[in-house]
Design a protein around this ligand. Sequence first.
Ligand SMILES: Cc1cc2nc3c(=O)[nH]c(=O)nc-3n(C[C@H](O)[C@H](O)[C@H](O)COP(=O)(O)OP(=O)(O)OC[C@H]3O[C@@H](n4cnc5c(N)ncnc54)[C@H](O)[C@@H]3O)c2cc1C
Length: 413
Amino acid sequence: MRDEEGVAAAVRRALQERTRFRTAGSGGSKGDITSQRDRLLHLDQPTDAIEVQGNLVTAPANMTNGRLQSLLRPHGLAIPTVGEWQNATLAGAMLTATHGGSARYGIMSTSLREMRLVTGLGDLVTVDFGHPDFEHSGVSLGLMGVITRLTFECIERFSLKLETDVVPFAEYVRDPVSHESRCEFHSSVWAPEAGRVVRFAADRVAGPLHPVSREQRFGWRTAVATFLSRRMGLHAAVSSTVFRRTAVGDVADILSPLDLSPKTVRFRVVANKILPRAVEFAVDAVRASEALARFDALFRAHPGRLLNPIGLRLTAGDDFTLSPSLGRNTLWMDVFYYGGEPFVTELATLAEELGARCHWGKTLPLAPEVIQRQYPGWEAFRRARARFDPNEVFANPFTDRLGLTGGGFGGTA
Ligand SMILES: Cc1cc2nc3c(=O)[nH]c(=O)nc-3n(C[C@H](O)[C@H](O)[C@H](O)COP(=O)(O)OP(=O)(O)OC[C@H]3O[C@@H](n4cnc5c(N)ncnc54)[C@H](O)[C@@H]3O)c2cc1C
């Protein structure tokens, strides 16, 4: 489906046939938002062209983050709010609240200035910064329409120097926010068994440069070191001696080092639904220290439940109705865990007590009633969604379960 008229025709057909569909991204979301059973509309837009006006860039919605960053290179521009995976589509990443790690910037939607979409009535609508529904649309799980084009505000392109080191968890947990704010871009990996935190800190550096590629946060070194720590008690494996590195490179290469193919990722996503789970909690930065200490106690009480060490990042707060970082600077905690009781219930209870929201592109261990209470604009979002798609063409069992939809074709309410 290449053009907007074709998308509108697909919507009208769905209305006539009283069916629902979901727009396909790269399939990188790890939770039920990308069920294999949903009927999919594939956009298949040409991804070789962008429009650039000053620092505003417009791109097809199914272009990947990596592709856009490389097309921006000759224009001397970049988007600083992207996630680590190059192959996420712009729309899929933005709609699920994808983010990087920077106390200065917010999630990817905070770079959004305009979107074009085909509504559930088959109308083509532009939602820009001043539009009354802009704040509902930036993180909207595909429920407002089929997004065809997105305009982002970029910043001048630059290079980054990334330093990696390790600090004791006891030191980090005293003030996680200042650790994550000490450079323009920052992210960490916490190994609870080792009681240590590996920090990846990047600041701008002037060229010309000889690029030195970075290691991934969850790369082989992290896997081996945390395995040795967990299985053999060799906690010294998670140390600055092992991890200290300096990488230098273009901002896009440093911020988005993951180039896994969508096919590999989709296989892992299906496996993740059966075996380990991936949740990313979004904790109010004001409670970051308390949250980490309480999660630490939980993980110690249930040894063996974690698959990986835990990713930690900070972003600035924003105003999007369904954004997990709505209204507050946020510490994000990526937890990969094996299911099983009572661990899962205790994890969800702790997250609820801490007021932790969840990344929409990962598992949601919290009950729908809890999630609804976490978003003051939940009802306003539902009303906006109903204006854009009164017959719920874009609804699916996941959004029905959440209570965002449920009365339209195939719905349950
Ligand atoms: C290897 C890897 C690394 C990751 N790293 C990060 C990270 O650093 N930070 C982070 O926050 N997240 C991260 N994630 C999560 C990830 O960025 C997103 O949740 C996901 O990849 C979104 O992009 P996608 O194209 O895969 O969308 P999908 O998962 O395919 O779709 C997500 C939702 O968007 C909808 N959608 C997609 N396109 C459109 C459209 N054009 N119009 C309307 N609706 C649409 C879909 O129907 C679905 O509801 C990572 C995921 C992977 C697999």
